[in-house]
Design a protein around this ligand. Sequence first.
Ligand SMILES: Cc1cc2nc3c(=O)[nH]c(=O)nc-3n(C[C@H](O)[C@H](O)[C@H](O)COP(=O)(O)OP(=O)(O)OC[C@H]3O[C@@H](n4cnc5c(N)ncnc54)[C@H](O)[C@@H]3O)c2cc1C
Length: 371
Amino acid sequence: MAHYDAIVIGGGLVGSAIAYGLARAGVKAALLDEGDVAFRASRGNFGLVWVQSKGDGAPHYQRWTRQSADQWPALADELVTKTGIAVGHHRPGGLHLCLDEAELEGRHAMMERMRTQSGNFGFDYRMLDRRELADLLPGLGPTVVGASWTPYDGHANPLNLLHALHKGFVEKGGHYLPNSTVTGASAAPGDFRVRAGGGEIGAAKIVLAAGLGNAALAPRFGLSAPVRPLKGQILVTERVREVLPLPLTTIRQTGEGTIMLGDSQEDVGFDTSQRPAVMRTIARRAVLAFPWLRDLQIVRAWSALRVMPPDGLPIYDQSERFPGAFTANCHSGVTLAGAHANLFASMVAAGMLDPTLEPFSARRLDVPAAV
Ligand SMILES: Cc1cc2nc3c(=O)[nH]c(=O)nc-3n(C[C@H](O)[C@H](O)[C@H](O)COP(=O)(O)OP(=O)(O)OC[C@H]3O[C@@H](n4cnc5c(N)ncnc54)[C@H](O)[C@@H]3O)c2cc1C
């Protein structure tokens, strides 16, 4: 039986970022991934590295997201240097457009709450009126009344990120094992064995980062990851010259020139079908923001399933019953890649999660039953 310092289950963005960070820290690690039959949010997302709407009422999440966005430039530089793959990270700030006065007022109130909740950590934002926005975004639709802006937001090419993390992991000595669905496992403190791909491997530590697969895997390791699918559909236009200088919550121009329009939130279980009615709504909203979009061809569209914890906040834990078993779950795996590769992986390598991650434990979800 092959033996490792650590096994990471799940080769999506969360598992790959953690595995990359572990290998970089000199940990002998194996990364197991299920393969093409799996639901994989990491291959169907919108590519935002987004801070401005994360953590209203949960300042620890706001801080963690900001820390991750701050780690991103170094991670992107390191990945291109070590792997030759540019992950297309840009951080010009980001905008959330508001289409009427009530929406603008609500958005302003939320941004101000987040500033107050941030305490000493700080939270810079500005509300832009229509005139300022029109200077920044030529061809703005007449219904847009304003927007919120923060300097923290950005975007990247998520497929290149995934590719670079896999390549970087292997180049740092990691063992990437695709088509390796974990079908069985045994756990004892500091001694974990998993059956996958017709063989068995063991390690002193294990990280469950299998996206929606974590819900079934976690209880075997004394952990809990009650994540559920939340479908999102995305449309992509033909390529055009650079027209959008910065990303917006649901509209962004890629490095290649296409414009991505997103992304719905549909609570429909494991259904990944595309719905013309939803696609029409996405397109209509985008055209309200920028009427010129009407003249562009849609060249691609897809749907994918988010990995959604019950309260929308990430779940990070180390098992109390089986120390050495960790889990990581979130619905913003692009944004949080910086934190997962540079911060979370070091905690796993050290064998202990930082106390600042305590509020992310799944124990917060243990609500006493009504009597
Ligand atoms: C439409 C949409 C838009 C999004 N937009 C953004 C965005 O703009 N910014 C952002 O930050 N995030 C965004 N996200 C979220 C982001 O894509 C996810 O948070 C992230 O991809 C989750 O990564 P993951 O590795 O946890 O899960 P996944 O990508 O689902 O990967 C899980 C992996 O685990 C493997 N696996 C499962 N079970 C097993 C098993 N038993 N054995 C072995 N392997 C297993 C699977 O093969 C899979 O590869 C979006 C998601 C969607 C769906």
